[in-house]
Ligand binder design. Sequence first.
Ligand SMILES: Nc1ncnc2c1ncn2[C@@H]1O[C@H](COP(=O)(O)OP(=O)(O)OP(=O)(O)O)[C@@H](O)[C@H]1O
Ligand SMILES: [Mg+2]
Length: 487
Amino acid sequence: MTAQKSTHGSGNALDVVGDVPVRLEEVIDREALVEMCRSMQSLFGIGVRVYSADGALLANVASDLDICGLVNDSSQGRVACGATVSAAKSVDPGDDGDVVHACFTGLAYRIVSLDYEGRRIGRIVLGPYAPAGLREPPETLARTVPKLDVIQSTTRLSAVARVKPEALGRIAHHLKTTLELIIFSSHKAYVTSKLHLYSVRESYRALEEKTQRLEQAHSKLKELDRLKSDFLGTVSHELRTPLTSIIGYSEMLAEGIAGPLSKEQADFVGTIHGKGEQLLGLIMGLLDLSKLDSGTMSLRQASMQIAPTLQEVISTVAPVAKKKGVELVLDDDGVACELAADAERLRQVFVNLADNAVKFTPKGGTVTIRARVADGGASDDDDEGGAVLLAPVRRVVVVTVSDTGIGIPSAERNKVFDAFYQVDSSSTREYGGTGLGLSIVKRIVEAHGGTVVISANEPGGTVFTVTLPSAQARRTLPSRLPPADRT
Ligand SMILES: Nc1ncnc2c1ncn2[C@@H]1O[C@H](COP(=O)(O)OP(=O)(O)OP(=O)(O)O)[C@@H](O)[C@H]1O
Ligand SMILES: [Mg+2]
């Protein structure tokens, strides 16, 4: 009988189980084996012992026979009996795998081999039993134990069940077949579980390798990111100085300090000045981003109200909105709530949002900045612990910047906060900008413990909602912005 080896997995997986010889003691369940031997003994009245290939006793179901008790009463009998039993235990059943081993008492043992996949993996020892032809104690018994009572030994020998060789052969065959069947299924389960274990180990190993590779890639990316921030910081800083000179000198030229300009010259100088300002904006954005990334931007935390900041924002964006024909509305009616924040950074946040709103809204549209105070739910940092019902309610300031412009598709709403990401980055893009504004907005808002989310405006356009915790809700404020997690 051969075990079916699973063919899934790699060649290595088969090596795990392929050439290892089956060991009876490993694949068989001892309790089930003893139980089976016991049922054989109770059916046929013959003791059964099962040994592994190494001679280890795995099951021993044999009741003491009276004749054996009598023989063991004498010291010669005990020695002879021990020798017979150990010989029966280690006798080689030969190529046929079936041999009879005689006892000096006239009784006998039948030794049958257990084979699996062409290998001998153990032995079954049946007996002692009385061969069918045994009528009286043999001469070997009298010779081995001379003082033995002949009548008693005759009586006791005759009490042992007679078994014909053919009948015993059938019993032995039955037992052998049953056992080999059990070994087959046990081995199959053993192979399956080994393969399973192997495949789990393999997956774990592969996973570990992947994790290691990912970790390496991650630290490499982090290092590259740091280098990028350093580079951005240095380059932006170095560009800013000559650029301020360009802007300053173009201003002086425009004012006629170096002499009067013709109309064409004034136009050119105006363009130099405008582009210089645009470039300065970009450089300042890059500098901010690199500071935010490295965590070196500090917040000047102070008590403030949102309304004056929003009014400043409106006046900053108003000229562009007017030029474009977009209406600007500020709705901050009576909003009074103390914030512990950096007013300049918050102004930067709302200028960016308002600037976008105007930029992406066509002529005739409206941009509305609305502020209100709301309840932000129970405070998490309640020191009283457990008194949820009595926990102070967090006040939050909610500022929405809504427009009636081109809108942002919902799939893009998270991505636009990534640095340099623009919804339409094609070369035919009609709007200016570099894609830095929103990434700066998000980091500053989050550094204030707030959130910024995008939703659609009705019937069209975009709404940016910034929620900032009030001073009362923010007991502590980091004095430095934490480095952005860019993993
Ligand atoms: N109000 C809006 N309406 C429609 N699209 C918007 C709006 N605000 C932002 N976006 C989209 O999100 C992108 C990223 O905005 P972000 O402010 O970061 O960059 P930008 O405005 O293109 O350039 P920058 O702000 O650096 O000058 C924009 O390019 C645009 O595609
Ligand atoms: Mg922008």
